[in-house]
Design a binder for this molecule. Structure first.
Ligand SMILES: O=c1ccn([C@@H]2O[C@H](COP(=O)(O)O)[C@@H](O)[C@H]2O)c(=O)[nH]1
Length: 295
């Protein structure tokens, strides 16, 4: 069972889900081109059908599903309603959700975002969200508080998968890089996590940035954070499981390789979608030997 047991910490729930399904996180990114490829109209009706098939295919089959909020928001309130249904569907199927919404603001506003996505009373609640530390790591405190109180998680952007990210993230300040400082702060946030387990505060470190991890000299620091490392960029952005193993080295066991378009392209047949997912899960099982309990 990977479902929600009242206030069980997110890191523990994630650990159980990864032990059962392996470390892969699959995205639900309803790009207009994918809707068309699935023979669906680029309308909110098309979005709903796409989302329903994705939830049916991925629910109960993977450790973590990551809906990309932007592709729902672009349809306005009706799209957000579909997103709420996706999150509810995943809850029903006892599959952890990570809403990729990349929020970050001054503390008092961050509190409202945290209430929107991490509070048990919200219809938009997910098991975890992505957040941006650009307004200062301390401004994220309300999200950490609400996440912990509700058994939920937060993934902080640290080294993003896009090439432009380096211009900000590799900058140096006070003797450290911005990425290095974020890794340090996340490490501190997870300091009470028992050895071997995931903390409730994760990081986003792209599957594409293996070379940068070595160049910035943060491999060991990453390995010691206890942070689950969401690694988008597998598949459509060109990264492979071998790149992850080579680039993350001793931190590979913390990596949750994330892929969206490469798997979604197998739709609209849910059986084909699930088997595309299985293929990635088999490959990625090498990152966490013995973790994958698939067929
Ligand atoms: O550094 C980052 C952070 C987030 N993403 C998101 O992940 C998916 C990737 O989709 P693919 O189709 O597998 O390329 C998408 O939702 C991004 O917004 C990322 O790519 N990199």
């Amino acid at each position: 069972m990977t479902g929600r047991n009242s206030l069980e910490p997110f890191g523990i729930r994630l650990e159980a889900a990864v032990a059962l399904h392996g470390p892969v996180c699959v995205g639900i990114d309803p790009h207009p081109q994918l809707l068309e490829a699935w023979d669906l109209p680029v309308t909110v009706q098309g979005l709903r059908l796409f989302a329903e098939v994705a939830v049916e295919a991925f629910g109960g089959a993977v450790a973590l599903v990551k809906p990309q909020s932007a592709f729902f928001e672009r349809f306005g309130a009706a799209g957000v309603e579909v997103l709420e249904d996706v999150l509810a569907g995943l809850r029903e199927m006892e599959t952890l959700s990570l809403l990729d919404v990349k929020r970050g603001d001054i503390g008092s506003t961050m509190l409202a975002y945290a209430q929107a996505y991490l509070d048990e009373s919200s219809s938009l609640r997910a098991d975890a969200i992505t957040v941006s530390p650009f307004l200062g790591f301390g401004s994220l405190a309300p999200a950490f508080d609400i996440a912990r109180r509700n058994g939920r998680g937060v993934f902080v952007l640290a080294m993003t998968s896009n090439p432009e990210g380096a211009t900000v993230q590799h900058a140096t300040w006070d003797g450290d890089t911005v990425s290095g400082a974020i890794i340090e702060a996340v490490s501190d946030a997870n300091c009470l996590t028992p050895a071997g387990g995931y903390g409730d505060v994760g990081m986003v470190v792209g599957a594409t940035v293996g070379k940068d991890i070595a160049e910035l000299g943060v491999t060991e620091r990453l390995a010691q954070t206890r942070a689950p490392l969401l690694a988008p960029g597998l598949g459509a952005q060109g990264a492979t499981v071998e790149d992850i193993a080579g680039g993350f080295g001793p931190a590979s066991h913390l990596v949750l390789p994330a892929t969206s378009r490469a798997v979604l392209a197998a739709g609209p047949d849910p059986v084909a979608l699930r088997s595309a997912l299985r293929e990635v899960q088999h490959e990625a099982a090498t990152l966490r030997p013995g973790s994958y309990g698939g067929e």
